[in-house]
Design a protein around this ligand. Structure first.
Ligand SMILES: [Fe+2]
Length: 305
């Protein structure tokens, strides 16, 4: 049976029956079992998976077999893809598969002091992928090619239950606020001059709604993270206190799901309502390589209901 994406904050009653799932965390996230994504995926099955993403925000498949072409084809079923901002900012080239980790395009392991590996430590701060773009990413889809035996986990929290936990007066304060997201600001915490002039010029600060509403389910969440620099109409120091407080509320240990990678994992997360961060790992000792695609949002968050 195909369900429409009605605006309901609870999962469709038969979603759990249509798909064999295992919860990843009491608040969000499921592993979908018994689906081989290398086999042709009929429309109905794909629609169930997309509904699971809308409702559970983090969706895991284990033991999958993808190359870049099949990952791109699967990702495009969710919508138009976002090209990587780093390659574009460097020389204007368009790349739809990002490489996460310490392995270069020739398969060579990069040391921990390598510029690219140092740069990627910015992902160890809680963030939402590409919230600094005018049209931010809707989904990120990561496939594990090489994994570390320890370290390098990915941690997630959902700002949907975090929003629901807020006291009513704070919800009221947030209601119509607009935050400024700024890539150069967030990367300034990694080190000086890590963002080239051409990359900075290609990513000017952008406004985003502080409270977002899932267009399929009507569920609300707040939209923050390391790229959120300030709030329109607020003094910077007051904005910093509020933005940090919202991240702190969402990320206390009991609200986190920590994902330990296995080769063959395909992980999908909804950047509109989850924050994530990579855990440190020993890049001199271990190889780590995830290939990531991103599904673009449909508009700026300012244009959402
Ligand atoms: Fe990320």
């Amino acid at each position: 049976m195909i369900l429409s994406l009605e605006r309901s904050t609870s999962p469709p009653v038969d979603l759990m029956m249509e798909l064999e799932v295992r919860p990843l965390h009491p608040d969000f996230g499921v592993e979908i079992l018994s689906v081989d994504l290398s086999m042709p995926l009929e429309y109905e099955r794909f629609a169930q998976i997309e509904r699971a993403v809308e409702h559970y925000s983090v969706v895991l498949f284990r033991g999958q077999s993808f190359d870049d072409d099949s990952q791109l084809a699967f990702s495009r079923r969710f919508g138009a893809l976002e090209y990587g901002h780093v390659a574009y900012g460097r020389d204007g080239s368009i790349e739809y598969v990002g490489r996460i980790g310490n392995i270069d395009k020739n398969g060579k392991q990069l040391p921990s002091k390598h510029k690219k590996v140092v740069f990627s430590t910015g992902n160890e701060m809680w963030h939402s992928d590409s919230s600094f773009r005018e049209v931010p990413a809707r989904l990120s889809i990561s496939y594990a090619h090489e994994v570390t035996p320890d370290g390098g986990e990915l941690e997630f929290v959902s700002t949907r239950p975090a929003y629901a936990r807020l006291p009513p007066d704070l919800k009221e304060t947030l209601a119509n606020l607009v935050a400024i997201h700024d890539y150069t600001y967030s990367r300034s915490k990694v080190g000086e001059d890590v963002v080239s002039a051409s990359l900075a010029a290609s990513l000017p600060p952008v406004p985003q709604k502080l409270v977002r509403t899932n267009q399929a389910t009507g569920a609300k969440n707040y939209y923050v993270g390391s790229h959120a620099r300030s709030i329109e109409g607020w003094r910077d120091e007051d904005a910093r206190v509020l933005l940090d407080d919202l991240v702190a509320r969402a990320t206390t240990p009991e609200h986190r799901y920590q994902h330990s990678w296995q080769i063959g994992d395909l992980l999908i997360w909804d950047n509109r309502c989850v924050l994530h961060r990579g855990m440190p790992y020993d890049a001199d000792r271990y190889r780590r390589r995830m290939h990531q695609t991103r599904v673009a949002g449909l508009s700026s968050s300012l244009d959402e209901d």
